[in-house]
Each structure stands twice: as structure tokens, then as C-alpha cells.
Ligand binder design. Structure first.
Ligand SMILES: NC(=O)c1ccc[n+]([C@@H]2O[C@H](COP(=O)([O-])OP(=O)(O)OC[C@H]3O[C@@H](n4cnc5c(N)ncnc54)[C@H](OP(=O)(O)O)[C@@H]3O)[C@@H](O)[C@H]2O)c1
Length: 302
């Protein structure tokens, strides 16, 4: 079958190639992949994957073989999945990492949801009730950011979206941001929760804005720059603030089903910012890392 594999020793760190079909375990479904999405880290750090590993994590397709255990979706069902090796004609995914797509939905766009959707959902949900709280989303123009803005607003938070330039603000107000701000230094008022995806100078600047008792979720480091915290800035007089790392997208099936349900109800828009054939991965990756994609890259496995 065709797949995109990691090439740690050659630019850009991946290439299309012929690889053996995956062998599904007893608790896995084999999926005939139709659409995939590209995550920031998958192309930026492709060279960090083992040579020959099939890249990608987010897929939509039809079940070609059901799990031997009898769990999970039946043969022929359309599913959305989060599993390693997604950029391929076929992928084997654990049954607890897939969710069946309800009939009548646009299946293609759902491929952008798995990694960024489960990430934003789990980070926000772990914070506790958000109604009436001020939630700051950095890198709001990106994949995690566009989902976080919508989910936070959807549960009644006041959402402040931070972008890097005026052109990157497009569409965020219509997704639910109460304020869209160019550059974090333009913000003065405290926030209760931060969804932080940029790192570098943005991380300590967001920490400075965090209210007593507040939580900063450090989800990503899209800037690729180190952060320096001012001396004494991490101890508290009064209620402590939390800086939490995030990295748990295991067993995401139920959360994938929840995210799809929000899309079906019109409460969440799948943030497709670029769509094309997976043969155009180079072009798509350059646009994503060049900050020219409003949301996610969706690739058709044609
Ligand atoms: N912990 C986890 O499990 C997890 C899960 C998903 C993603 N992540 C990480 O979270 C981060 C965001 O992911 P994403 O999918 O939202 O990425 P994305 O779609 O590429 O968005 C990242 C945003 O960061 C901003 N940015 C600032 N400096 C940048 C730079 N030098 N290069 C590129 N973007 C820059 C850009 O906004 P402006 O152009 O408006 O400045 C961009 O829209 C990435 O580091 C990713 O690896 C982690």
C-alpha cells in the first residue's frame, strides 16, 4: 500500500513509499483511509520518528475488517480515528480510539478533529466549570486554538483569542471569541485559564496574566523558542496558580464521538483551513509551518 514514511536522514523528514499492509490486532479495526489531517508536530518533527515509520495520527475512512473481539464498529462503517500510522491507504487502530460517524455528516472534514480536538477538549474539561471565567487561547489561529475557542465559548466562558498578526485574526470572532487580540502584550486584564500552544515569550507573558487559583495548560511550543520566567514569578502570595503540561490523547473514542456530536448539532465547526490531495503534503506542510493555514490541513487520500 502507499504511505508517507519518516526519513530521519533526508529532507524534509518524510516521503511517500510502498509499505506492507498493517496487521490488525484482536482489539483493533482495519480502516480503509479516505481522509487524513496534518498536525504541527508531525511535519515539524518528522525527523524524530524512527526511519520507515508510517506518519500521521488523524484519519477518516471505512472499516475494512472489524475487531476479532467483536467490539467496535462493523465492517463498512465510516469512522474517525486517532492512531499512529494514519497517513496510509490502510491503518489498524484500537477500537477505543475510533468513533463511528453518524449518517448524514460530511465525513471528510471530521478528519481534522482527532488530535487537536481531543487535546483542547481534555485540557479545558480538566479545568473544572468554565462558565463566566476568562479563558485566554494563544496561537488561536491554529488547529488547537480554533477548537479551544469554540469549546470554551460553548460552555459559557469569556474567550480572549491571541494571534500573531492582524490577518491571522480572521474568522475567530465568528467562532466565538469575545476578543481577538494581536500579540499577548496588548492584554492587561487577568484571565482564569490559559490554553497555551506557542511557548517562547508567550508562555511567561500568559503566566503573568493568570489570576490567583488559575490554570495554564502548556499544550505546545509552536514558536520553537525557549521561555525565560522572571525571577520570583512562579511563587504565589495567596491562592497558588498551576502550570500544567498536556499530553494524554489515549483511548479517545468517547471524546471523538462527543466532538462529532457537537459538529452535528452545529456547536463546533471543524476548522479546515487547507484541503488537497495527500500528494501535495509538501505544499500543505510549508503553508502550515509558515503560519498561512487558518486552522487545519485536510488531505484526501486519492
Ligand atoms: N500536548 C499535546 O498532546 C499536543 C497536541 C496537539 C498539538 N500540540 C502542540 O501544540 C502546538 C499547536 O498545535 P496546532 O495544531 O494548533 O498548530 P498550528 O495549527 O500550527 O498553530 C500554531 C499557532 O502558533 C502560532 N505560532 C507562533 N509562532 C509560530 C511559529 N514560529 N511557527 C508556527 N506557528 C507559530 C501561529 O499563530 P499566529 O500565526 O497567529 O502567530 C499558529 O497558528 C504545536 O506545538 C503542537 O505540536 C500538542
Amino acid at each position: 500500500m502507499r504511505a508517507i514514511i519518516a526519513t530521519p536522514d533526508a529532507d524534509p523528514g518524510y516521503r511517500p513509499d510502498e509499505v506492507p499492509e498493517p496487521v490488525a490486532g484482536p482489539d483493533q479495526v482495519l480502516i480503509d483511509v479516505e481522509h487524513v489531517s496534518v498536525n504541527h508536530g508531525e511535519v515539524r518533527y518528522a525527523r524524530a520518528f524512527p526511519s520507515g515509520a508510517v506518519l500521521g495520527h488523524d484519519a477518516v475512512g471505512r472499516v475494512l475488517r472489524a475487531a476479532e473481539t467483536g467490539a467496535g464498529p462493523r465492517v463498512g462503517a465510516w469512522v474517525v480515528a486517532l492512531g499512529a500510522g494514519a497517513w496510509a491507504n490502510r491503518v489498524a487502530v484500537d477500537v477505543d480510539a475510533v468513533a463511528e460517524i453518524p449518517s448524514g455528516m460530511d465525513v471528510a472534514e471530521l478528519a481534522v478533529l482527532p488530535t487537536v480536538g481531543v487535546t483542547a477538549l481534555r485540557a479545558l474539561r480538566s479545568t473544572g466549570p468554565l462558565h463566566g471565567r476568562r479563558v485566554l487561547v494563544t496561537g488561536a489561529s491554529g488547529g488547537v486554538g480554533r477548537i479551544a475557542v469554540q469549546l470554551a465559548r460553548g460552555v459559557g466562558a469569556e474567550v480572549i483569542a491571541v494571534v500573531g498578526s492582524a490577518s491571522r485574526a480572521a474568522g475567530l470572532a465568528s467562532l466565538g471569541a469575545n476578543e481577538v487580540v494581536v500579540g499577548i502584550d496588548a492584554i492587561d486584564d487577568e484571565v482564569d485559564v490559559v490554553v497555551e500552544t506557542v511557548g517562547g515569550v508567550v508562555l511567561p507573558a500568559a503566566w503573568r496574566l493568570l489570576s490567583p487559583g488559575g490554570v495554564l495548560h502548556s499544550i505546545g511550543w509552536a514558536s520553537g523558542e525557549p521561555a525565560t520566567f522572571p525571577v520570583n514569578s512562579t511563587f504565589a502570595f495567596g491562592a497558588a496558580r498551576s502550570l500544567r503540561s498536556f499530553g494524554d490523547v489515549t483511548s479517545p473514542g468517547e471524546d471523538l464521538a462527543h466532538l462529532m456530536d457537537l459538529v452535528r448539532k452545529g456547536a463546533l465547526r471543524a476548522p479546515v483551513g487547507w484541503r488537497g490531495s495527500w500528494r501535495r503534503l509538501d505544499e500543505a506542510a510549508a503553508a502550515l509551518l509558515g503560519r498561512r493555514v487558518a486552522g487545519k490541513v485536510l488531505l484526501d487520500v486519492d
